[in-house]
Design a protein around this ligand. Structure first.
Ligand SMILES: C[S@@+](CC[C@H](N)C(=O)[O-])C[C@H]1O[C@@H](n2cnc3c(N)ncnc32)[C@H](O)[C@@H]1O
Length: 295
């Protein structure tokens, strides 16, 4: 398992947040036995704005809110950023209210609301997914999110983390208007960027300056955190700073006297990319082909 330093502290911190919010946040609306039935607690507008900012929503985005309440997240994305979107909610009255709100805000041509169970909702169209659901829903949604969303999709959640999956960004806000409904004035926002699957062994064909090189790179992966080892002619080759952001993988390799910065886009079992070296010509092309799946 590859965890950055400090992740243990992160998990302890995260557990404290979850325990506290679990008791406090939905307390007025739900008892402990009813935790799996999700109550309607709207995200304050100021938090909606910050969630969409954190996701970097633009007119090119399709925003899906699972458990969309009165539709405010999707409606705000359409109104402020000209995005398109879909909200689904199990409560038909909230769906009807969302449609009325969309009309009132004149964004009904860009948004859609449907009475639907979030777990039965097709989400692959999303470029941004927003969530304000209780921790047990977050955990249940994790496999759906990773299986259905395209690499690079941004997932933003209000208040609750996803177990094990370290967020790419974490923001705390002080929001006095949360006090009454949630019993706390804090809002915790999480951003995850859905990572491509790079785990396994790859043959790397690199058009280096002097001659073509065939390298072997093996990535181990846990969500967006990756580690790598490399070989050239069956001998270990130092490889440094492997990173994965959505579908973009980066690492650096030293060949002879040159250090090359590799970057490439993962597409299933193929990678297409370029490498540059401060002292050499560039960018030089490389291709990766996965030869064995890994974790
Ligand atoms: C905490 S509210 C969040 C509302 C909205 N996303 C917001 O942030 O303002 C959760 C919503 O999820 C809805 N919900 C509960 N279970 C659901 C399910 N299985 N599928 C779809 N929606 C559900 C509830 O009706 C409620 O409106």
């Amino acid at each position: 398992m590859i965890y950055p330093r400090g992740l243990r502290a992160w998990h302890t911190y995260q557990n404290i947040i979850v325990a506290g919010l679990l008791l406090a946040a939905f307390a007025p609306a739900v008892s402990a036995q009813e935790l799996s039935k999700l109550p309607y607690v709207p995200t304050p507008q100021v938090v909606v704005d910050e969630m969409l900012k954190l996701a970097g929503v633009t007119a090119d985005d399709f925003v899906i809110d699972l458990g969309s309440g009165d539709g405010r997240i999707v409606i705000t994305a359409a109104k402020q950023f000209k995005a398109k979107g879909l909200g689904v909610d199990i409560d038909g009255k909230l769906v009807a209210l969302s449609n009325r709100n969309a009309k009132a805000e004149k964004v009904e041509d860009r948004v859609e609301f449907a009475e639907r169970d979030m777990f039965k909702t097709e989400i692959s169209k999303a470029s941004v997914l927003t969530l304000y659901v209780l921790p047990d829903f977050m955990q249940k949604l994790r496999s759906k999110v990773l299986a259905e969303l395209k690499p690079g999709t941004r997932v933003v959640a209000h208040d609750y983390p996803i177990d094990e999956w370290h967020p790419d960004r974490f923001v705390t806000l002080t929001v006095p208007e949360k006090m009454e409904a949630n019993g706390t004035d804090k809002a915790y926002l999480y951003l995850w960027i859905v990572p491509a699957g790079v785990g396994g062994t790859w043959r790397v064909d690199f058009d280096a300056e002097e001659r073509s090189e065939e390298l072997v790179v093996t990535f181990s992966q846990r969500y967006q955190m990756i580690d790598a080892v490399a070989e050239r002619m069956r001998r270990p080759l130092p490889i440094q700073n492997p990173t994965l952001t959505g579908a973009m993988v980066k690492f650096s390799i030293t060949l002879g006297t040159r250090q090359y910065q590799f970057s490439g886009r993962v597409d299933g079992d193929k990678i297409e990319g370029t490498a540059t070296s401060p002292s050499g010509k560039g960018p030089l092309k490389w291709r990766g082909t996965r030869v064995a799946k890994g974790s």
